[in-house]
Design a protein around this ligand. Structure first.
Ligand code: HEM
Length: 463
């Protein structure tokens, strides 16, 4: 007798908005741009490799063809910069930091930060990541709360992990407080405002930014405080990235980075490095709570491999189910759901010429659910990422971290952290949904849920 797929594998259909069959009307489009860009997509985006759109927002190409994506992000990357709207939003959030810099300024900063994300650095970060996860386990065990806000708990955990790793001097304050302001900062600075579309001077704040001025000020204040502490501590640039930024000189101009650019990089790394991993972990835990077969596979794997305390680099290689669940969670719910580019000099794409200034949208949300690239794209099926099947996925069909010269600087860090944290949590705890409200998604800078995902957390040895 042939078992049905759902019984053989861990498949189920997790929540996601169903795209309409035809392009959305203009008013709906504008609403989505301002409030929830996840709703700009329609069926064709998930079926065609390239969709050309001409709206009042200009000409946009939505590209989901792996070969073209490689051309844009890798082979001809010099001809593509971040699109002007994204540049504006990123500049607002990360100032002159590595995320928004272009040209030689970007090259200088990226080279400076790269050693703190090297393979050697990652091994040194293992104890810090494990300690942050174990502290969270103890916190959950000690609490009588029966309805944890999973997203907010994961943000606190990932801020804590950053403080124990890249920020070797620590983040000097309660991680929960920092995580709160980072989330508010992203919520109020991330969305598109009317002034962004009209091209008003960037210093004119929109309503949401006025609302979030306090969180913005708090994030800046923290970055300033950390810089002052790093100056006072005189740590070696070899072990401390802030000290490296302080002592660095631009090879062309001989100039130092300046306090503002250093603070921008501190805020960039706290923002880019905490919320994204928190989103990946939140969805991975939620998906496991709904898929008993996958949960059992991960539990068996961590029970077998995490016998003696913290995982080593060797152990991590054996946690294939844990990694597969995280990769599948990021396929279905990419933490960074949009990658935008703009053509610098006219280029030919898919046989058609497009002028300089054309906007290119590569959306991991669309790409990862594209019907020409994935079988049963809306189903949770972590087995796709197990060794043997993982290698069959075309490189440019799966882009949670982007690709090419501007690929995520923290990719290795994020994957290591997600595996260590998920394995440590699952070793000790079981997560169950604490309510059954329908789950609605919201794209801000990262992919969030509209209402908090509430979880009951139980120690496994008590079950
Ligand atoms: C699951 C976690 C993460 C995801 C999904 C993610 C995703 C991304 C993506 C898609 C980009 C490329 C954007 C583009 O090409 O326009 C990016 C860039 C970047 N990410 Fe991440 N990221 C994650 C974690 C991290 C962490 C942990 C850090 C640092 C601690 C980090 C730091 C950065 C930086 C600095 C850039 C800009 C790189 C550049 O422009 O050269 N990210 N990230």
């Amino acid at each position: 007798m042939v078992e049905d797929t759902a019984a053989m594998f861990s498949t189920f259909r997790p929540p996601a908005p169903q795209p309409p069959s035809s392009p959305v009307p203009l008013l709906h489009l504008l609403w989505a741009v301002f409030f929830n860009p996840l709703y700009v997509w329609h069926r064709l985006h998930f079926e065609d490799p390239v969709v050309v759109e001409r709206t009042i927002l200009g000409t946009r190409l939505v590209v989901s063809d792996p070969a073209l994506i490689k051309w844009i992000l890798v082979d001809n990357a010099k001809n593509y910069v971040r699109d002007s709207l994204q540049q504006r939003l990123l500049h607002r959030m990360t100032g002159r930091g590595v995320f928004s810099a272009e040209g030689s300024d970007w090259q200088f900063q990226r080279k400076l930060l790269a050693p703190y994300f090297s393979a050697k650095a990652l091994v040194a970060y293992l104890p810090g990541m494990t300690a942050a996860a174990e502290d969270a386990v103890n916190r959950f065990r000690a609490s009588s709360d029966d309805r944890f806000d999973l997203g907010s708990e994961m943000s606190t955990l990932t801020v804590d992990a950053l403080g124990r790793t890249v920020f070797s001097g620590g983040l000097s304050e309660r991680p929960a407080g920092i995580a709160d302001s980072v989330r508010q900062f992203a919520d109020t600075n991330g969305p598109v405002e009317v002034g962004d579309l009209l091209g008003l001077p960037p210093w004119i704040p929109g309503v949401r930014r006025l609302w979030g001025w306090r969180a913005t000020a708090q994030v800046r204040q923290r970055a300033r405080g950390m810089l002052a502490k790093a100056r006072a501590s005189e740590l070696s640039p070899k072990i401390d990235f802030l000290s490296a930024l302080i002592s660095a000189r631009d090879p062309e101009t001989g100039e130092t980075l300046g306090d503002r650019a250093i603070e921008d990089n501190v805020s960039t790394l706290i923002g880019a490095g905490s919320d994204t991993v928190a989103v990946a972990l939140t969805w991975a835990i939620f998906l496991l709570s709904q898929a008993p077969r996958a949960r059992e596979a991960v539990e068996a794997e961590v029970d077998a491999n995490l016998k003696n305390g913290a995982p080593t680099a060797d152990t991590l290689g054996k946690l294939v189910w844990t990694r597969a669940v995280i990769e599948e969670a990021m396929r279905l719910y990419p933490p960074a759901p949009m990658i935008g580019r703009m053509i610098c000099n006219e280029d030919t794409l898919g046989g058609n010429r497009f002028p300089a200034g054309t906007t290119i949208l590569i959306s991991p949300w669309v790409l990862h659910r594209h019907t020409q690239l994935w079988s049963d794209p809306d189903m949770f099926e972590p087995e796709r990422f197990l060794p043997g099947r993982r290698e069959l996925i075309p490189r440019y069909a799966y882009l949670p971290f982007g690709a090419g010269p501007r690929v995520c600087l923290g990719m290795g860090f994020a994957m290591q952290e997600a595996v260590v944290v998920l394995a440590t949590l699952i070793k000790h705890l079981r997560f169950e949904r604490a309510d059954d409200h329908p789950i609605r998604l919201r794209q801000c800078i990262t992919l969030q849920t509209v209402a908090p995902l509430r979880m009951r957390i139980r120690p496994r040895q008590e079950l």
